[in-house]
Design a protein around this ligand. Structure first.
Ligand code: IMP
Length: 435
């Protein structure tokens, strides 16, 4: 296993952070390949809490190579703060590399994200308002400013001017915002560039070298399959490709460098922001899942919408990603809920049924999950470390999912702590010594 891609299989927040953190110990390089500081996760290490938005949490292993790939959009203010905070806590940052080709989130991207959402009114996407969409839009429009531009004052100023001018009309409500002054912005970003310079690198060759030497590269995705800009529930999606294929473009390696793709799915489902959610629970049980699972956004603090696991959407995610393994997280949150339900097809208007994820937006918005009942369990499973120790009903629940998707389950989360994880099959040899 030289290249392992970790991606979200649902609507994000599946617990990728913890999985990548555990795998990082064995990895020679962890590289993020898309998204920006719309993602986030919290890691508790030796009683200390660390919050990550851009830097792979593998950085907590001294000297571990952790890269931010070219496919990521970087808010340099957020990144410098993250670096400063980790350095203040004496974390060794020598392994951090930031792609010189990664695009920068600029102050006007954040303002445009706010303005865009306000203008949409009731139709708003519910973005994280971190400027992600406008930044990717500038990238595609060839008006983007990249990490490498921070290193040349003249180029930086010229590029900011060129990018800013066509937006003046849209930015009119913020005309007096000092952040938008060309000189102030150029100066601020030049200083940020100085601070980031030691970490800016040509990242693809770093990945090639590790792969050539037979090492392990973990490609860390953000968000989830149903938030993919092409394959998700457009327009209620993020602005990048979140599927495993994006690891190649976003890190600069070819598809032959990918050996395994593990999808991370919660034992139930959640979504933040607007958009269709066929198995959504909006009554007391939904609230119970939200409370039991601590389902509030790491980045925005927003309460997450909750629902039953949606196997139609998960099978679709399996196909568009090519999962070779499935990690089921937060199984313990379902303990005590009996019976359980899983969505196995969709029911549309006028008696229509859908076994596959419908491509048409109007249909996806109207369907509801057709649920089947499975027996729950009541035993505390947080101490369980092997599949055969799980209560029979928990085993059947996982088997049902694995059979439906035709993908082996490689890990199962049974609690929030680092060691509260079952490692099976292909994952076994990547298990860290302490887990
Ligand atoms: P954006 O990525 O900020 O543009 O937001 C677009 C959509 O993706 C919104 O519905 C967000 O709530 C959702 N989103 C973005 N990042 C995450 C994430 O890390 N987890 C869950 N949802 C996310």
């Amino acid at each position: 296993m030289a290249g392992l891609v970790i991606v979200g299989a649902q609507w994000g927040d599946e617990g990728k952070g913890k999985v990548v953190d555990l795998l990082a110990e064995q990895a020679d390089l962890v590289i993020r390949f898309q998204g920006g500081n719309n993602a986030g996760h919290t890691i508790v290490r030796d009683g200390e809490t660390f919050k990550f938005h851009l830097i792979p949490s593998g950085i907590l292993y001294p000297g571990k190579l952790c890269a931010i790939g070219n496919g990521v959009v970087v808010d340099p203010k957020v990144l410098t703060e993250e670096i400063a905070e980790l350095s203040r806590r004496r974390i060794d940052m020598s392994g951090l590399r930031i792609s010189a080709n990664a695009h920068l989130i600029m102050p006007y991207h954040k303002l445009l994200d706010h303005a865009g959402e306000s203008q949409l009114g009731k139709l708003q996407i519910g973005t994280t308002r971190r400027g992600i969409g406008p930044c990717y839009a500038d990238k595609a429009a060839r008006l983007g400013i990249r990490m490498q531009d921070l290193l040349d004052e003249k180029i930086l100023r010229k590029k900011i001017y060129t990018a800013l001018e066509p937006k003046r009309l849209m930015l009119r409500p913020f005309a007096k915002d000092p952040e938008l002054d060309l000189h102030t912005m150029s100066e601020e970003y030049r200083i940020l560039g100085h601070r980031l310079e030691p970490y800016i690198a040509d990242t693809p060759p770093i990945a090639w070298r590790v792969i050539d030497q037979g090492g392990l590269v973990v490609f860390e995705g953000a968000q989830g399959a149903l938030l993919d800009i092409d394959h998700g529930t457009y327009p209620f999606v993020t602005s990048s490709n979140t599927v495993a294929g994006a690891a190649c473009a976003g890190a600069g390696v070819g598809p032959r460098s990918i050996d395994d793709v593990w999808g991370i799915a919660k034992a139930y489902a959640t979504r933040v922001g607007a958009g269709p959610f066929p198995t959504e629970l909006d009554e007391a049980l939904g609230e119970r899942l939200r409370e039991a699972g601590g389902e509030f956004g790491t980045t925005t603090g927003r309460p997450r919408r909750t629902g039953w696991i949606d196997l139609v959407a998960l099978r679709y995610a399996t196909r568009i990603n090519g999962f070779t393994g499935l990690v089921v997280t937060k199984l313990d949150v379902l303990t005590g809920i009996d019976p359980l339900y899983v969505g196995v097809r969709y029911l549309g208007p006028e008696g229509a049924t859908f076994d596959e994820f419908p491509y048409h937006q109007s249909i996806v918005h109207k369907v509801q999950g057709d649920l089947i009942e499975l027996p729950g369990w009541h035993e505390d499973i947080s101490g369980v470390r092997s599949m055969d120790e799980l209560p029979a009903n928990a085993q059947s629940y996982l088997e049902f999912i694995s059979d439906y998707l035709d993908v082996p389950i490689v890990m199962v989360g049974v609690g929030p702590a680092r060691d509260e994880m079952i490692w099976t099959g292909a994952a076994e040899r990547l298990r860290p010594a302490a887990a």
